[in-house]
Design a protein around this ligand. Structure first.
Ligand code: ADP
Ligand code: MG
Length: 446
């Protein structure tokens, strides 16, 4: 019956709502007029109950199940931080399959209109724009690279959308390097290499995302190389992305590297504060169109842009969660609320301190040479700061004792253990040391 109820619900509340909120529910039991569900987080339970509770009761009733009340309890322990930070990916994925093109669907949210530009990505954006104008092929291939979540896929989809608009007659194919490989392997298995080749050689614009994936996969590389050359020879546009520059992709054949380099290579730099703020602002504006009542206190966006520096995906997830939370409790989004609601994300994006930084700061503080941190000298004036640096490494990094030992000139892990214990003792017994440690820790955690 739950299956049938689900179908009806999907019709009444819409597919997006259904996928986001109802699909994660796990129907458990029906006892004494109470329907029990398992939910991934408390938040989802509350949200569903508040927003869809009546609809669920109604549909259960229509399907002949008399229920007075719904109960939600957290079930399994699925990666909570991530799952909860992305509650509503309202994707209207593009389902166009009118041709036999081998591409992957495009995300409706990834367009040029929604791409915020700033110093770190302006070159990549300009190059993408140029290619999307679809005129003559000026640089081939366009190679976009950069770290996770900096907008490579977004830009590629934007190019594809734009090209469809401007030049609907062109065959534009977007897919990941992984999908390229599966296609290739499938063709091998089905002994249809001819079909594979003619399919890929017939496209006008080929986009391959995350090309580093095919590194080390020899026959896929080989086939990719041939496809690439055939298209370039026909003056067809190719757009490639990777997580690093062509020359830096290990286990990629040299001839492919040099091929990839002969067009335009542009990188997406890590975001800066202004770009992050711009992106947040844009998301808020978009959200306001749907929910005009949204109130965000001054300083909240600035706080997020300042604190969440890792990648844009995490930044977006944080904001999505804040929106959901604020509309759930019907409150203004204040700094306090943000700090509470995003505690896990904020903790995870705390700046990572490295052992090198610790060694540098500590040796500066105690006026000793950095080389002595890792050197053999055992005089107190050197050994003590070294121990302090080891203690800080233990406290502030995720490194194991043997690893820390190695970074301190190949010392044994028992030496590190001894140092950590000694400093713990001194921290209690020696006020000066306690103050030093506190100050160093604050400086390092910035
Ligand atoms: P990548 O492919 O580089 O790992 P994505 O293109 O998937 O990263 O981007 C991750 C998320 O961040 C997407 O939701 C994307 O829309 C968003 N994003 C990244 N850069 C920008 C930007 N400059 N403006 C707006 N959204 C962005
Ligand atoms: Mg990507």
């Amino acid at each position: 019956t739950w299956g049938r109820v689900c179908k009806d619900l999907e019709r009444t509340i819409g597919k997006n709502n259904f996928v986001t909120w109802i699909a994660p529910l796990e129907f458990r039991a029906l006892e004494n007029g109470v329907a029990r569900f398992g939910v991934p987080t408390n938040f989802v339970g509350e949200w569903v109950n508040r927003n869809f509770g009546d609809k669920i009761l109604e549909q259960l009733g229509r399907n002949g199940v008399a229920v007075d009340r719904l109960e939600f309890a957290v079930s399994s322990v699925k990666s909570p931080a991530n799952a909860a930070s992305r509650p509503a990916p309202v994707v209207q994925a593009d389902q166009r399959s009118d041709t036999d093109l081998p591409g992957a669907p495009l995300d409706a949210r990834f367009t040029f209109e929604t791409f915020v530009t700033g110093k770190p990505n302006e070159l990549a954006h300009a190059a993408a724009r140029r290619v999307a104008e679809g005129g003559s092929v000026t640089f081939n291939p366009l190679f976009l690279y950069g770290g996770v979540g900096l907008g490579k896929t977004h830009l590629m989809h934007a190019i594809a959308w734009e090209l469809r608009e401007r030049a609907p007659e062109k065959k534009v194919v977007y897919l990941s390097a992984e999908q390229f490989m599966y296609r290739f392997v499938q063709a091998l298995r089905e002994r249809d290499m001819m079909g594979f080749k003619s399919l890929f050689r017939s496209v006008d614009v080929l986009m391959v995302d995350d090309v580093q994936f095919i590194a080390g996969k020899d026959s896929t590389q080989e086939e990719f190389f041939h496809t690439f050359n055939a298209l370039v020879d026909q003056n067809k546009q190719i757009i490639i992305s990777a997580d690093r520059a062509p020359g830096e992709i290990k286990d990629l054949e040299d001839r492919i590297k040099s091929r990839l380099q002969c067009g335009l290579v542009v990188d997406l730099h890590p975001t800066d504060y202004e770009l992050r703020l711009g992106i947040l602002q844009q998301k808020v504006d978009m959200y306001r169109q749907q929910y005009p009542g949204l109130v965000i206190a001054d300083g909240v966006l600035e706080f997020l842009a300042h604190r969440i520096t890792t990648n844009v995906r995490v930044l977006e997830g944080a904001l999505t969660r804040l929106f959901a939370f604020a509309s759930l409790v019907g409150k203004e989004i204040t700094l306090d609320l943000a700090q509470d609601c995003l505690a896990d994300i904020l903790r995870a994006s705390e700046r990572k301190v490295t052992i090198e930084e610790i060694q540098r700061k500590v040796s500066e503080h105690y006026n000793m040479r950095l080389a002595d941190m890792v050197g053999p000298k055992r005089h107190r004036t050197i050994a003590r700061p070294r121990q302090i640096a080891m203690w800080l490494s233990k406290q502030l990094t995720q490194r194991s004792l043997p690893e820390i030992g190695r970074r301190f000139g190949g010392r044994d892990h028992t030496t590190v253990m001894h140092a950590v214990k000694r400093i713990e003792e001194l921290r209690v017994a020696d006020l000066q040391i306690a103050e030093d440690l506190e100050m160093l820790r604050r400086m390092l955690e910035g």
